[in-house]
Design a protein around this ligand. Structure first.
Ligand code: MGD
Ligand code: MGD
Ligand code: SF4
Ligand code: MO
Length: 667
């Protein structure tokens, strides 16, 4: 038996470092790497089951071509040679007949490894394909954060160990960020308190000292209400504001509107609670806010994150040990990503299509229509909003679809050519993180199963077959990884890198050196750049019209035992999640004659599906929550949750509004 280090490739802020036990060339167990400063020996339940992913009888292990109707999943095995020849021929034919921009691609977040998740980009740059913009995840929060405080990472995630007031704002950390939450234990022992602000009582809220339910999409009003009270009661740090912030006067002109009473009418939080929360915040020695991803998945998401990120500026918390705010640690990785992305290979700017609006792009985009479509590391047929439209688009007879996958996902069912993908255990990669600051290289743990290829092998081979002799596709992958590293890396760190040990690319103190990385070097309560970009210059709450039909607000948060649409192939995990469920308040249920838990129809103008209603006071009145993205085949009627979500975009960053939809529920 040998033990080998690797890294969890999933789209998860914990980016755990894994020890794989290997016997006779087979992975027999996975555990957390005890010496990794953030993983500290712990993995989630999902990845403790990883060998069931790797050796699942449902793995796709050979290239296949479609021989039945699209969507039916009837395939015939072919050789890699045949598959690649067909793809190359189709690219050439499509370029000639419809132009390069009729080729389009979709990359999901199946692997976060830097090389495997971006090696298709130089390829499609040379092809001259249409390019995706935005993401399903949380680009709005990135934009809102950057306008306000600049680059990511002001306060390290571990520093919550020193806070006295921990605020989890729009995140289900127990499910999605357990490793950061673990650092809170120390603070808790010292008497710190935890507040969770969320529209429904998620797993994390159940552990909070104080759970504050809020109407979805109204968080900016709450943050402004807190500021209102802080100013009114004069507990702001005037010296800090003077030295480290810009535009307090403009902000202060806005604050009188946000009286606790008015905030109550917007957010549903009683005025006394707004005041109490503000006092706790103002009195805390070092309050720390963990801002979640999902909070930005609505039409005000960017402005919400901007407003919350402004709050620590009023009390100087960003500069206090244990205080501040955290959204992402991506600023801790100054990598030379252009070594792979190679934007210089794009000969002219090509058409840009919104990722969130994939259904629209496949069905309605006409200049030119999409004729050839590549999917890599993603399952857009169900993870994308307007999923039904995506499937309709994928059904088009005149569309040629190539899917590179590990499993027969909803998307794979629509492939013309289906290619087998390795798991991360079968491939080389390097990993940064958006939840901690450690970089790590991972060599393959085992040989690829069957005829599975990594993304790198697929796109570099395709490039060579297309006659693209560019060095990213020809040099050894280990060399490509080294090209990413900053040139200033010390010998000691280089050694850690080569040994596959976790290390920090830069001294973290260098990432935030006391000055913010905005144009002014300060926290920008007022942002000139935002005005130039067509937004209000100061944090604000704006009304938006309700969109869509239905009398209940649908939240679509993550499930605990699956990750987006991944992991549902593992029966043991599926069983823990039981079945596709919707949580509904007892009064809302009763009004609909739903008197006990059972099957209901959930619908709106976009679609309809059957879900198991769980009657619970964890969801307040007017709100329903459906956790997880189940494959259609695990839904009793073959539908999927994202049939109900819209492709409206966030206010910033071209993100999804997955938490911003209306539905009706019927027994
Ligand atoms: N209703 C609802 N919808 C959601 C969400 C939600 O919480 N609720 N979450 C949203 C969010 S935040 C995100 S980020 C998206 C994610 O949506 P997707 O990007 O579609 O992610 P997954 O659903 O996990 O699918 C990833 C697929 O990649 C495959 N894969 C894994 N590794 C590799 C590899 O190395 N190579 C290749 N070729 N394939 C690989 C896996 O088998 C898996 O099928 O979903 C969004 N959609
Ligand atoms: N187990 C597991 N882990 C995961 C994932 C998974 O599917 N399963 N997904 C991974 C991915 S891709 C991502 S992006 C992250 C996501 O990690 P999180 O940020 O934790 O997840 P979110 O949407 O996706 O939802 C977080 C919370 O935001 C709340 N919320 C929604 N709208 C609002 C609002 O307007 N205001 C407030 N205050 N709260 C709101 C939701 O009710 C939910 O409880 O997790 C990653 N980790
Ligand atoms: S899914 Fe997240 S918590 Fe689980 S092992 Fe991977 S990185 Fe860690
Ligand atoms: Mo995500």
């Amino acid at each position: 038996m040998i033990e080998q280090k690797t890294v969890c490739p999933h789209d998860c802020p914990n980016t755990c470092s894994i020890i794989a036990k290997v016997e006779n060339g087979k992975v027999t167990a996975t555990k957390g790497y005890p010496d990794h400063p953030f993983t500290r020996g712990t993995l989630c339940t999902k990845v403790l089951h990883y060998k069931e992913i790797i050796y699942s009888p449902e793995r796709i292990l050979y290239p296949m071509k479609r021989v039945g109707e699209k969507g039916k999943g009837i395939f015939e095995r072919i050789s890699w040679d045949e598959a690649l020849s067909q793809i190359v021929e189709k690219i050439k034919e499509t370029k000639l007949n419809s132009g390069a921009e009729s080729i389009y691609y979709y990359k999901g977040t199946g692997t976060m490894g830097i090389i495997q998740s971006s090696i298709h980009i130089p390829f499609f740059n040379i092809v001259g394909a249409s390019q995706p913009r935005g993401s399903l995840c949380c680009p709005a929060s990135d934009v809102g954060w950057k306008y306000t405080v600049g680059k990511h990472l002001v306060n390290r995630p571990e520093s919550i160990g020193h806070t006295d007031l921990f605020i989890v704002w729009g995140m289900n950390m127990t499910t999605t960020n357990l490793h950061m939450l673990a650092f809170y234990q120390r603070a808790k022992k010292n008497g710190a308190k935890m507040i969770v602000i969320d529209p429904y009582r998620n797993r994390t809220a159940k552990q909070a000292d104080w759970y504050i339910p809020i109407k979805p999409g109204t968080d900016a009003a709450l943050a402004l209400g807190i500021m209102h009270v802080l100013v009114e009661e004069d507990v702001i740090d005037k010296e800090y504001i003077q030295e480290h912030t810009l535009g307090f006067e403009e902000l202060n002109k806005e604050l009188p509107f946000y009286t606790p009473k008015r905030v109550e009418s917007i957010t549903g939080i009683p005025a006394d609670d707004v005041r109490r929360f503000a006092r706790m915040y103002g009195e805390a020695r070092a309050p720390f806010i963990r801002i979640g991803m999902g909070i930005s998945r609505n039409r005000r998401g960017g402005m919400i994150v901007r407003t919350i990120a402004s709050l620590p500026g009023l009390v100087g918390a960003y500069h206090k040990k244990g205080g501040g705010a955290f959204l992402s640690s991506s600023g801790a990785f100054p990598l030379n990503k252009e070594a792979i992305l190679r934007s210089d290979l794009l000969q002219k700017p090509t058409r840009i299509l919104d990722k969130v609006r994939l259904g629209y792009s496949l069905l309605e985009e006409n200049s030119p229509p999409v004729k050839m479509f590549f999917v890599t590391s993603g399952n857009p047929a169900i993870s994308n909003p307007t999923a039904e439209k995506v499937k309709e688009g994928l059904s088009r007879e005149d569309l040629f679809t190539v899917v590179h996958e590990q499993f027969m996902t909803d998307t794979a069912l629509y492939a013309d050519i289906l290619l087998p993908a390795t798991t991360s255990f079968e491939a080389f990669d390097v990993y940064s993180s958006y939840g901690h600051t450690f970089f790590q290289k991972a060599d393959p743990v085992i040989e690829p199963l069957g005829e599975a290829w990594s993304n790198y092998r697929l796109y570099s081979t395709l490039a060579q077959k297309m006659g693209y002799s560019i060095d990213v596709f020809t040099k050894p992958i280990e060399q490509l990884a080294e090209d990413l590293l900053p040139s200033t890396l010390s010998d000691e760190k280089k050694e850690a890198f080569l040994a596959g040990e976790p290390f920090e690319l830069v001294e973290i103190e260098e990432v935030f050196q006391g000055r913010f990385t905005t144009p002014s070097g300060k926290i920008e309560f007022y942002s000139e750049q935002m005005v130039k970009d067509g937004y209000p210059g100061i944090p604000t709450y704006s009304e938006v019209e309700d969109e869509g039909e239905g009398d209940l607000h649908l939240l679509t948060p993550p499930a605990h035992f699956t990750l987006n649409s991944s992991f549902s192939v593992i029966e043991a995990l599926r069983k823990k999640e039981k079945r596709p469920t919707i949580q509904i308040h007892p009064v809302d249920a009763k009004e609909r004659n739903i008197l006990e838990d059972g099957w209901v129809k959930v619908f709106n103008e976009k679609g309809s599906l059957r879900l198991w209603a769980r009657i619970t006071e964890d969801t307040p009145r007017g709100i329903v929550a459906a956790e997880g993205v189940w494959w259609s085949k695990y839904h009793s009627d073959g539908n999927a949750i994202n049939n109900l979500t819209s492709d409206l975009l966030t206010d910033m960053g071209f993100g999804s509004t997955l938490h911003d939809n209306k539905v009706s529920v019927k027994r």
